[in-house]
Design a protein around this ligand. Structure first.
Ligand SMILES: C[S@@+](CC[C@H](N)C(=O)[O-])C[C@H]1O[C@@H](n2cnc3c(N)ncnc32)[C@H](O)[C@@H]1O
Length: 216
C-alpha cells in the first residue's frame, strides 16, 4: 500500500519538479535578457535535464539548434566534459551576441563554443556525420521533423536527440488543433516513436521534452 494521495494539483506538482534544482545569477540574468529580447528560453527543469544528459553522455561534442540568449547552451556546457565544444546555430545575430555575453559571464572559455549564424536547415548539412554526442532542438517548430532527419545522421551510436516544446502548451495532445506548428510537432513525435534506430522517451518537463537515443 502506498501513501494516501496528497491534495496537490498538477500545477503545484509541476512547480515542485521544475524547482527541484535552482539556477544561479548568470542564468537569472540570461532569463531577464531573454524576456527583453522576446526569446523564450528552455525551462528550469528542461535545462537541468540537458545538463544531466550532457554529463551522463560525457559529451564532448554537442549541437544546439536555437541558441537564443544561451540558457540551454550554458546548461549543456556545464554538463559536458571540461574540453567539450558546443556548436550552436541561430538566425538572429542579436540573440547570439547575448548568448556570448551569457557564456562569458559564466566563465566559459571562448574555445568551447562555436556559434554559427544562419538558418538551421542551411547549416546542418555542413556538420559531420556521426560526430556528435547530443543534439538539442529549440528553434522553428515547423522544421522539427527535418531537424530530426539531420539529427539521426549527426549522432554517434548511443548519442541522444532532445526536442523542446513537444507538448506545445497541450496542443499536440488535442486532435482539434491543426495549425502548422502543432501538426509538425505531432509528426515529429510519430516519426521518432516509429524509427527503429531510436529509443524514445517523452518527458513532461516544462512544455515537453522528447528524447531519443540512437541505437546503432
Ligand atoms: C526558443 S528560442 C531558443 C532559446 C534557447 N534555446 C535558450 O534556452 O536560451 C528559439 C531560437 O531559435 C531561433 N530560430 C528560429 N528559427 C530558426 C531557424 N530556422 N534556424 C536557426 N535558428 C532559428 C530564434 O532566432 C530563437 O533565438
Amino acid at each position: 500500500m502506498g501513501p494516501e494521495p496528497a491534495a496537490v494539483g498538477a500545477a503545484e506538482l509541476s512547480a515542485y519538479v521544475e524547482g527541484f534544482l535552482g539556477e544561479d545569477d548568470v542564468l537569472a540574468a540570461a532569463r531577464a535578457m531573454a524576456d527583453q529580447l522576446g526569446c523564450a528560453p528552455v525551462g528550469v527543469g528542461g535545462g537541468a535535464a540537458l545538463r544531466f544528459l550532457a554529463a551522463a553522455l560525457r559529451a564532448r561534442a554537442v549541437v544546439e539548434i536555437g541558441t537564443g540568449v544561451g540558457v540551454s547552451g550554458l546548461h549543456l556546457l556545464r554538463g559536458m566534459a571540461p574540453d567539450g565544444v558546443l556548436t550552436s546555430i541561430d538566425v538572429e545575430p542579436e540573440v547570439q551576441a547575448a548568448a556570448k555575453r551569457t557564456f562569458r559571464a559564466a566563465g566559459i572559455a571562448p574555445g568551447r563554443t562555436r556559434l554559427i549564424m544562419g538558418r538551421a536547415l542551411d547549416v546542418l548539412p555542413r556538420l559531420s556525420d556521426g560526430g556528435y554526442d547530443l543534439l538539442f532542438v529549440d528553434a522553428a517548430k515547423t522544421e522539427y521533423p527535418a531537424y530530426a532527419d539531420h539529427g539521426v545522421r549527426l549522432l554517434r551510436p548511443g548519442g541522444v536527440l532532445a526536442f523542446d516544446n513537444v507538448l506545445w502548451q497541450g496542443n499536440v495532445a488535442n486532435p482539434a488543433r491543426r495549425d502548422a506548428e502543432t501538426l509538425a510537432l505531432r509528426e515529429l513525435v510519430r516519426v521518432v516513436r516509429e524509427d527503429d534506430r531510436l529509443v524514445p522517451l517523452l518527458l513532461p518537463l516544462g512544455d515537453g521534452l522528447l528524447l531519443a537515443a540512437k541505437t546503432g
